[in-house]
Design a protein around this ligand. Sequence first.
Ligand code: FAD
Ligand code: SF4
Length: 509
Amino acid sequence: MRHLLLILGDQLDRHSFVFDGFDPIQDCVWMAEVSAESTKVWTHKARIVVFLSAMRHFAESLRAEGIRVDYRKLEDFENAGSFVAELASAIKRLKPQGLILVEPGEWQVREDFRLIAEALAMPLEIREDRHFLASQADFEKHAKGRKQLRMEFFYREMRVKHQVLMDDGKPVGGEWNFDNENRKSFAKQGPPLHAAPRRFLPDTITRAVIDLVEQRFASHPGQLADFDWPLTSQEAQLALEDFIENRLSDFGDYQDAMWTREPWLFHSRLSVVMNLKLLNPRVVIAAAEKAYRTGRAPLAAVEGFIRQILGWREYVRSIYWRFMPDYINLNSLDAQQALPGFYWTGETDMNCLREAIGQTLRYGHAHHIQRLMVTGLFSLLLGVKPRAVHEWYLAVYVDAVEWVELPNTLGMSQHCDGGIMASKPYIASGKYIQRMSNYCSGCRFDPAKSTGPDACPFTTLYWDFLMRHETRLKKNQRMSMQVRNVSRLTVTEKAAISEQAESIRHSLA
Ligand SMILES: Cc1cc2nc3c(=O)[nH]c(=O)nc-3n(C[C@H](O)[C@H](O)[C@H](O)COP(=O)(O)OP(=O)(O)OC[C@H]3O[C@@H](n4cnc5c(N)ncnc54)[C@H](O)[C@@H]3O)c2cc1C
Ligand code: SF4
């Protein structure tokens, strides 16, 4: 055998760099389902099913093309349980002359493969992941000489480089960013009528994986009764078409809004298939731009959507690779609290958290503002150890892969990277949640109150956060208004807030 092509669970791309120069006579694909990937964090059952079933479908499609695939199933008797052990055994069996791997989505996995190849004296070629629109070299060029790495400037460069929403060298509509038009909440009666997203009900392969996961990972969090994620490139394309047709137009207006028992609203649900590499971001961006150019969706919605993919998605990946391996250990706010147990059950009186976590456990999904301004905000205000928050986000979302999850959690949400990603912490009181959702109307707490038996814990902890970090936040101009408000509190009010915050922390320790 000449080359063994190593394909990981989030590298299911037939056009990947790994296949360049592939010879079906001399080369073979290697794929392995290993239990360590489901247990290193306490992984949601739906996330395990997504990866395993998508891998099995991908392997089937390669075999249908006549490609030889050496595939280790989770339930195989000889399964050694880890990549390292499985790869060592495959090398012994197949005796390839060399290994080819595309950059994995996790720093440690890349290290593991490097070390095993070194230990076995096996040449390993690591190729760039051309799924992404920015290479690490592109980002280094962008970063050179800059004091701060802000997404907005990177995004503008990407727009120009890839000629997305550009006319004659200028941004379409004369503006780079229509974010101000994209922060609406719903009226009292709730979201306007909209079609539910297209569902992809489990086929025979997925049903077998569901049974396996229910059996092997019975104690893991999450439910599978509603499982309907797209798991092949054909399904991914149908999911994209469904979004463009039915939800893109309202995506901009309502991307920050939340509503009880409305998990999807106008979001695309495409992160899963993009992160598995079943759907190319260029295809998604082109489809969205076409919808604008053909008058099927307004510019603010299309620009807002494209910014998430061409801007945020590429930017967070670049941050990950630039700052790993140190990034994962950052804790610049010295947060030391344990993650509250209700993050794994949804059992809490706080309605917003009950909704966001309940939905997460049911579907393995919550949308961006639920992740940032409900679950993320609460752990930031409470002062939870960033490592524990990271492990929770990596475990419970079907789209979680470390390159995208880690900077979002540590940088954007917990602000524990010293401001690498965000110029200020995303903090707010319960009033923000009240403005952006109907959660507070079904809650026993009052978002306007910071002390007393019915005070909203978000509001108490918001003021407490400002007081605890006042010295640091004072130095940040973008925080000056929020910090100034602290000085309006009397000494007695401050003491009552601190006492109530301490009691919340104590009860959740
Ligand atoms: C604490 C926290 C953790 C997160 N963890 C993940 C994660 O593990 N995996 C993941 O894909 N996204 C993560 N995100 C970003 C975002 O919440 C999800 O991408 C989004 O909710 C996925 O749903 P959707 O496909 O319907 O997205 P839409 O709202 O329809 O957005 C369109 C696409 O834009 C991209 N996108 C949007 N926001 C971001 C962002 N901040 N970073 C990167 N890409 C973005 C995604 O690919 C998404 O599919 C996280 C955000 C936060 C605040
Ligand atoms: S009152 Fe506070 S805890 Fe209750 S839903 Fe609103 S923000 Fe959440």
